[in-house]
Each structure stands twice: as structure tokens, then as C-alpha cells.
Design a protein around this ligand. Sequence first.
Ligand SMILES: [Zn+2]
Length: 434
Amino acid sequence: MQAFRGEIASVGADPALDPAAVRHDPDGLLVIDEGIVVARGAYADLAERYADVPVEHLAGLIVPGFVDAHVHYPQMDSVAAHGEQLLDWLERHIFPAEKAFADPVHARLIAGLFCDELLRNGTTSALVFATVHAHSVDALFEAALARAMRVSCGKVLMDLGPPGLADTPGTARSETEALIRNWRGRGRLGYAVTPRFAPSCSDEQLAVAGELLALHPDVLLHTHVAENKRECAEVAARFGDARDYLDVYDRFGLVGPRSVFAHGIHLSSRECTRLAQSGAGIAVCPSSNLFLGSGFFDFTLAADHGVRLGLGTDIGAGTSFSVLHTAGLAYQAALAGGHRLDPLRALWLATAGGAALLHIADKVGALAEGQEADFVVLDPAATPLIARRTRGAPLAERLFALQVLGDDRAVSRTYVMGNCVWDRDTARFGDFGQ
Ligand SMILES: [Zn+2]
């Protein structure tokens, strides 16, 4: 057993609906046994019971590890590509980068660098796009497994993709089946059936995705919806008899409680109603939406309908790997629509909210007793300005300053299953217990 003493904060459920979900131990103790939280609370209440357990003091604010609900690992080197909105950006910058993943050596190199970058930013769980190449999923799963990270991923389905990146409905089915078979139950990994988006898939391939989901009730569905106006117009033109964009996915059995849709910038009230009713949710990606000029997610509309939400960095359309910083951008996107995103609710979105969207909230996201001990130590003095802004401030104000001003610099340590896997001050990754 091991124990950590310090200030601990977590938000296990939407605090707008359940204010008691905010748990704050200003002088707390976190007791861990074989990677699992066995006790957490005020140091004064727990110290005697765990007097025999060695205690390490952590300076800073301990929060649950961040959950990135939508990110593309093959786009890591395409961050900050200039000049285009979504469809042209894909053609000009992204598809060439993804073609390079035909080489498994390249895929393994980037997968390792990507997982390290997640850990440097305090992200311990993620839902990740690979490429159309099945071995790109193997590469990411191998890297995540070696680091004991909780990662879901899937081969991208895109039979209408450009030459070199197009599969077929047949290979989509056989390669996805093989990946699910090979990786199911290993480490903390999960599979996600991953059609790129409706425009890149034939009707036959979307039907295959629906069949795969129906056959494997433990996997997720991961795709994009209603990100960009031109994309929405293309979908409306091709699927003239569908009620709206979400209805296209619905017709192929792709809208259910395990479905995660990125963006949702241009959703109607009907689509929000259907999302909430089905239990599907949106990975909100404000950094990406600003970078590609896509628009602002409507937090008011989502809240009015009770749509499930998480936060995604959407690298490489997003510009930061930091879910903490993405939470600060979510505040700005929400405010553009007149919605004041509370910093404690933003922390929930970045942790337990995202975990719920990814169906891992029983395992991570709240640093609750029985959960896996994935956590981050935030440094309230990460920069001189953050130090000035947080000094003596109450928890919500400190969190807000960290969300708006902070990023990877504010993550002094990242822990996975109780092991330190990133230490900013020594610039070292852990040995991951391997
Ligand atoms: Zn994306």
C-alpha cells in the first residue's frame, strides 16, 4: 500500500444537477493498494487507520487524470497546419499525413510519442482515432498497454476515402472483427467502431458499422457529426430523405448509449432530443472548432436537452494536447452562446463527465474509493502569472485560472494506477511498472 497527502479535488457527477458531487479535501489523504483507491478523505480522519502506510506529500492540487474524449493520434505532427476549413484541411494536410501510417514502423514511433504527450498533459484516458490501417490500431494499443493507460481506439472505416486511404466494406468488417478479437480484455484497452464520418463511408459500409456494433455490445461507436457547414450541406445533399445529420447515423444503427460523436456544432433541437433519449453523447472540441473556423458548441441547447458531454482536444485540428486548457476554451465557447460554464463543471467534463461518455466512469474520473488511481498534480505556481492569480484564492477560482492560463506546464506529475508516469521537474517518464 502507498498513500499520498495533499489537497484533493474531484467532481464525480454534473455539479449543476448534484452540487454534492464536488469532493474537496484541503488536507487530504489518498490511500492506494495495487493501483486502486482504497481510502480517500481528510488526513485527520484517515491518518490513524493507515499509520503503517508510507505517505508521500504532494505539493499542488491533486485532481483525477484527464479524459480526452476525442483525439487523432496520426495527426500529432499535423498540428498547426495553416489555411483551411475542415474539408480542404483534410485533403491538404491530414490525408497525406495519414497515408504515412501505411508504414508500421512510423505508426509505432508516433504512437509512443503520442502516449507520452498525453501523459505530459495529464491525460490518462482517451478515445482515439487511428487510421484506416489495422496495424495503426495495434501500434496505439501496444503503446497504451506498455504505459498501462485506459485507451479506446479503432480502425477508421472510410471506403470513400482518397486513394491509399480507402478500405472496403468487406475489409472494414474483417479487420475490425480481427482487432476486437485480438485486443479484447487486454490491459485497460477498449475498442471503438470508427467510421470517419458519413461523407467518407458508403451506405454499405455504414451498415457494416451498425452490424459490428450490434454484434459487440461492449465496444463504442466513435465518429464525427455536424462539425462544419459545408460538411453538413454535403450530407444533406447525399441523404435527402434523412431528417438531419444524426438521422443518417440512426438509420444505420449507430446512435445508442455507447455512441460518441465529436463536435455537434450545427445540431438541431430534434438531434439533441434524440441524443439525450438514446444516451449517446458529444465530445466537445472547442480548440479544434476555433482553429478550423467551425463555430461554437451550443452548451445551452445541450443542457436544455440533457445531452451527455465530454471534452476532446481533437489533435490535430485542436491546437493543444491539454484537456485542462481545453476546459478553459470550453468556457469561452460556452460564453459565446451566453452560457457561463462553471469551473467545477468544467473539471467534471474533463474527468468524470468524459469518463461517463466513454463508459469508464466506474473505473476512473472521480478518485473515489474502488476506482483506479489515475491522477494529476496541478501546480498552482506553474508560471509567475498563474501563481499571482491563484494565490489565496478559493478552489473554483484557482481551477478557473488553471483552466484559462494553464496547460502542460501546470501538470507537475501524472500518476497511472498509483505509479508516477510523468514528472515535469525531472522531465522523466515512469518505467510504467513493466
Ligand atoms: Zn476529429
